[in-house]
Design a protein around this ligand. Structure first.
Ligand code: ATP
Ligand code: MG
Length: 278
């Protein structure tokens, strides 16, 4: 499959769209948090590639065994600002670069400052348009990015409370439609925090993989346990330790933080509390 979607799929225009231009250059993606490796590989980039490779194997196994939405991976965490969107974008990019399979980064977090907004796609139709209009085909809404193999499905607009409410469908059904309609792609779904929004726990049963971002020095063990309890039935939960400071590791690249990954499906929370930030 061509990893670049045709140009006609890359606009998804609606009247008044393009408040800011869609990502046209890698620098635009960097503005949204993409790690740039102009001067060679970075430790942070390597960490994401390792995570992506493990996730790719897990996704392949899920698809082969016919699990529900085996190609869908959700990224969440306990609280705001722990690095879900940063990790979603960089995992999606690493998967697109290493996994030989197109990736669609799905923005499913309605909060201001979401990936769609950072990429200038806030006014493009997307996930929430599919909630109110079941006739929309996912491929019509996906926007190509300048990174080969990586596209984004914007958040879209939630419908106003209207007499069309009977046409709404649950977000889980939208994820089912995305996984089926984009079955050749891996879906990386960026969501909100488990302890303060309901969507991630509602979506959890409909995705084959969950990445739980844990912020070093900030996420507390009881919070992590409470969040894991909310997704207890999910078969594959992987913990990803984010924002480990340089002093805690022997080597790192140009970034002051980098990810660490516990590739242990169904693993209990790390036995040691996250280390204090340096
Ligand atoms: N490992 C990292 N290295 C450098 N910057 C990071 C890292 N992780 C996150 N950030 C930065 O921290 C800020 C918060 O991260 P991000 O927006 O990804 O959090 P979030 O969990 O998605 O927040 P929210 O719950 O509000 O959606 C962003 O500016 C992001 O670029
Ligand atoms: Mg976010």
């Amino acid at each position: 499959m061509d990893t670049h979607l045709p140009p006609e799929l890359a606009t998804g225009d609606r009247p008044g769209a393009h408040a800011r231009p869609a990502p046209r250059t890698i620098a635009d993606l960097a503005q949204a948090g993409l790690i740039i490796e102009d001067e060679g590989r970075t430790r942070l980039g390597d960490e994401f590639r390792i995570c992506a490779s493990r996730l790719h194997s897990a996704i392949k196994a899920s698809i082969l065994s016919g699990e529900r939405n085996g190609n869908a991976l959700m990224v969440t965490s306990t609280k705001p600002a722990e690095g879900k969107s940063f990790s979603s974008l960089n995992l999606a990019a690493a998967l697109a670069q290493t996994a030989q399979r197109p990736v669609v980064l799905v923005d499913a977090d309605l909060k201001p400052g979401s990936l769609s907004e950072l990429m200038g796609l806030k006014r493009q139709p997307g996930v929430f348009d599919m909630v109110s209009d079941a006739s929309l085909r996912p491929a019509e809404l996906v926007v190509a990015t300048p990174l080969p193999g990586l596209s984004i499905l914007p958040i879209g607009m939630p419908a106003m409370q209207t007499d069309l409410d009977h046409r709404r469908r649950p977000l889980v059904e939208v994820v089912d439609a995305l996984a089926a309609g984009l079955s050749d792609c891996t879906l990386v779904i960026d969501t909100g925090p488990l302890l303060s929004t309901s969507d991630p726990s509602i979506l959890a049963p409909s995705v084959a993989q969950i990445v739980m971002v844990v912020e070093s020095g900030r996420t507390q063990r009881p919070e992590l346990e409470a969040a894991l309890e909310l997704i207890r039935g999910s078969p594959k939960v992987m913990l990803m330790l984010n924002k480990v400071s340089g002093r805690q590791r022997s080597a790192f690249g140009a970034y002051s933080y980098y990810g660490d990954y516990y590739a242990r499906p169904n693993a209990p929370p790390p036995s040691n509390p996250p280390a204090p930030q340096g």
